[in-house]
Design a binder for this molecule. Structure first.
Ligand code: FPP
Length: 253
């Protein structure tokens, strides 16, 4: 696509309703690297660079929330060498990349079982969250040691405890109460979930939150996912909104 087409696409997307929350499963780093005869770790490094670019684009579009899947509770099963590399990559990213995000007024939050992460990463997370806490532009949520089912189980346990100690009644439990116990409390549900690299499944990501989310899939591997494809995904989402928006509003009363 030529540069002028990209500009047109951007214009088209900007005059319509933006999703307020986009979620991305950053998949395909390993395959991207393999195709080039590189190590999987080189793929993750490239994936990190891609994330930086996409965060900037999303922020410039005025989108309020971006949630990215960086490490799942299942990812511990990967070879130790790869897990160690990823932990180092996260640590380095929190050290070196956050200042720039902070300058761009980005607020960082980490979703997942933080207590299960190595001590040095937990410390960095505390620092980064505290440092960017008052920022007002994009909310960047990084899912790290995240699993959707265990998130819901933890929420259920927490509600059960509240019933047990009498602070709420069993019949008080509703969607809002459960939602408030999730890592994403106070973050609106995503309107659009993007999964690159050809897989068409949710893989235990944002299970509760994606009940009404529009999904968008592409064969492109994450390290190659660029601004143009992001805009295409948003344009497609807007098209779906436009087709069903009127009807939904009429039907809702
Ligand atoms: C999935 O690709 C990707 C990961 C498990 C790691 C994602 C992490 C990053 C992009 C770095 C982000 C950094 C921060 C600080 C948030 P895969 O390895 O499953 O690819 P494959 O399916 O081709 O093997």
């Amino acid at each position: 696509m030529m540069q002028s087409d990209l500009k047109e696409l951007k214009k088209k997307v900007l005059i319509q309703k933006m999703p307020e929350h986009i979620a991305i499963i950053m998949d395909g780093n390993g395959r991207w690297a393999k195709e080039r005869g590189l190590s999987r770790t080189a793929g993750h490094k490239e994936g990190m660079q891609r994330l930086k670019k996409i965060v900037k684009v999303v922020n410039d579009l005025g989108i309020k929330h971006l949630t990215v899947f960086a490490f799942s509770t299942e990812n511990w099963k990967r070879p130790k060498k790869e897990v160690d590399f990823l932990m180092k990559l996260f640590h380095r990213a929190f050290d070196n990349e956050v200042e720039e995000l902070h300058q761009s007024d980005v607020k960082i939050r980490v979703l997942g079982q933080i207590e299960g992460l190595p001590r040095n990463i937990k410390d960095k997370i505390d620092k980064v969250v505290e440092m960017t806490n008052k920022n007002k532009s994009l909310n960047l949520n990084i899912a790290l040691n995240y699993g959707g089912r265990s998130e819901i189980i933890d929420a259920a346990k927490s509600l059960a405890l509240k019933v047990k100690n009498g602070s709420i009644k069993l019949d008080d439990i509703n969607e809002e109460k459960l939602g408030n116990e999730l890592y994403t409390a106070s973050i609106p549900d995503p309107q659009l979930l993007i999964r690159p690299s050809g897989e068409k499944r949710i893989s235990n990501f944002l299970l509760w939150q994606s009940a009404y989310t529009e999904f968008w899939f592409t064969d492109t591997y994450w390290p190659d996912f660029d601004e143009r494809e992001l805009l295409e995904a948003i344009a497609d989402y807007q098209e779906r909104e436009r087709r069903f928006g009127g009807l939904k509003e009429k039907d809702s009363r």
